[in-house]
Design a protein. Structure first.
Length: 291
């Protein structure tokens, strides 16, 4: 079979990963009917049965799993080509993903670990799910656990603690995640321990902080983010169940790329330093030492 259209293999990978047409439709923006027709046509063209169709969805067969591994490599190559094509003149971009608060922290502190003369350009991707390093969605990820896949390399940068924050210890009620939120450990903890006390919800962590700053209720935040937020104070001790390691993660195959290596060293050194003292108001800026 001659490969003339990469799109069908990209759609196949989306269906195989999601295990259902509905999940793949959300990722691709195509209708379930269109995806079903494309998968049927792909099976006919390849002459292989790629899925087992049943009540549980679209489960890849052995042939389907083998094709998925190959499609992942095609996805990685396609992303690299798109990244290269979109890049402007100058140092290459290094894509760094992290959660809301770590992304905010890194962005505000950028001059502490990067300058315009460096041989790489930072591209921050804020996402509260693990972006796929294997598929080259990002180059570097800040994660809350040691990487377990053999193709990933990691460096521990520290420990992240959480606490409850509010405008006053007298504030009651809790601010939690909405139903469509990708559940973070802090969101799951809030639901488990204070689900019946929630007075407001949002799928956006920044909106939840804003609600807390407005006095609506208590919110769980990483201490480095909550301590830096004007109007908020800690109204609990450290929540031990939410304490986690912080790791800088990249692909084994790309960690020696000069730009990615430089970014790993700069970001890793910076995140390994103690967080600065709390801010008092919006007009203050963070003060860092460069180690």
């Amino acid at each position: 079979m001659q490969i003339t259209d990469w799109t069908d293999f990209r759609l196949f990978a989306a269906v195989a990963r999601a295990g259902s047409l509905a999940g793949a439709a959300r990722e691709t923006g195509l209708s379930q009917a269109t995806l079903s027709r494309r998968m049927t046509a792909l099976e006919q063209r390849t002459g292989r049965r790629l899925f087992v169709h049943g009540a549980s969805g679209y489960a890849p067969t052995a042939e389907g799993r083998a094709l998925l591994e190959r499609a992942k490599k095609m996805e990685a190559a396609a992303r690299d080509i798109a990244h290269w094509s979109a890049a402007q003149s100058g140092p290459p971009r290094v894509r760094i993903s992290a959660g809301t608060w770590t992304s905010d922290y890194l962005a505000r502190a950028l001059p502490a670990f990067w300058s315009k003369t460096d041989a790489w350009t930072p591209e921050f991707i804020s996402c509260n799910r693990d972006m796929d390093i294997e598929r080259r969605e990002v180059d570097i990820g800040v994660r809350n656990r040691r990487p377990t896949h053999p193709w990933l390399a990691g460096r521990r940068t520290g420990t992240v603690e959480h606490a409850a924050f509010a405008t006053s210890p007298d504030v009651t009620g809790w601010i939690g995640p909405s139903d469509d939120t990708a559940t973070l450990p802090s969101e799951a903890w809030t639901i488990t321990h204070h689900g019946d006390e929630m007075v407001a919800v949002s799928n956006d962590p920044a909106i939840r902080m804003a609600l807390a700053r407005g006095g609506a209720g208590r919110v769980v935040l990483p201490t480095f983010a909550g301590d830096a937020a004007p109007d908020l104070i800690r109204v609990s001790g450290i929540i031990d169940a939410l304490t986690s390691e912080e790791w800088l993660v990249c692909h084994q195959d790309t960690r020696h790329d000069p730009a990615i290596r430089a970014a790993l060293d700069a970001v890793g050194t910076f995140l390994s330093q103690p967080r600065p003292a709390p801010l008092q108001d919006d007009s203050q800026s963070l003060t860092f030492t460069v180690g």
